[in-house]
Ligand binder design. Structure first.
Ligand code: FES
Length: 109
């Protein structure tokens, strides 16, 4: 199964992932610019992504804890999610998202 990820400089990448992986892990393991500092423990918000609007219903709403973490970033939008909270499954095959500036390992130029 695949996800389509646009990075912070606008390049689109098609990444292969496995069922049950966190979307954050797929992005990180393919070497894209995502910090994911806490490794998926929902305590950093540096795995912040914008889910393509056409996928919002499939992905569903964030938990209260996730929303609290998202409130801590300055570039939050209505389609913001933390990618460590999204698990790869058949339903998410083809998921499109964009890496948020605040997920970058270094300050984006
Ligand atoms: S990796 Fe830290 S909240 Fe997702």
């Amino acid at each position: 199964m695949k996800i389509l990820v646009t990075d912070q400089v606008g390049t689109e990448h098609e990444l292969e992932g496995l069922e049950g992986w966190r979307v954050m892990e797929v992005i990180r393991d393919w070497g894209l610019n995502i910090k994911a500092e806490c490794g998926g423990a929902l305590s950093c918000a540096t795995c912040h992504v914008y889910v393509d609007k056409s996928w919002l219903d499939v992905v569903g709403a964030p938990s209260d804890e996730e929303e609290d973490m998202l409130d801590s970033v300055g570039d939050v939008r209505s389609n913001s999610r933390l990618s460590c909270q999204l698990l790869m499954s058949d339903a998410l095959d083809g998921l499109k998202l964009t890496l948020a500036p605040s997920a970058a390992k270094e300050e984006a130029a």
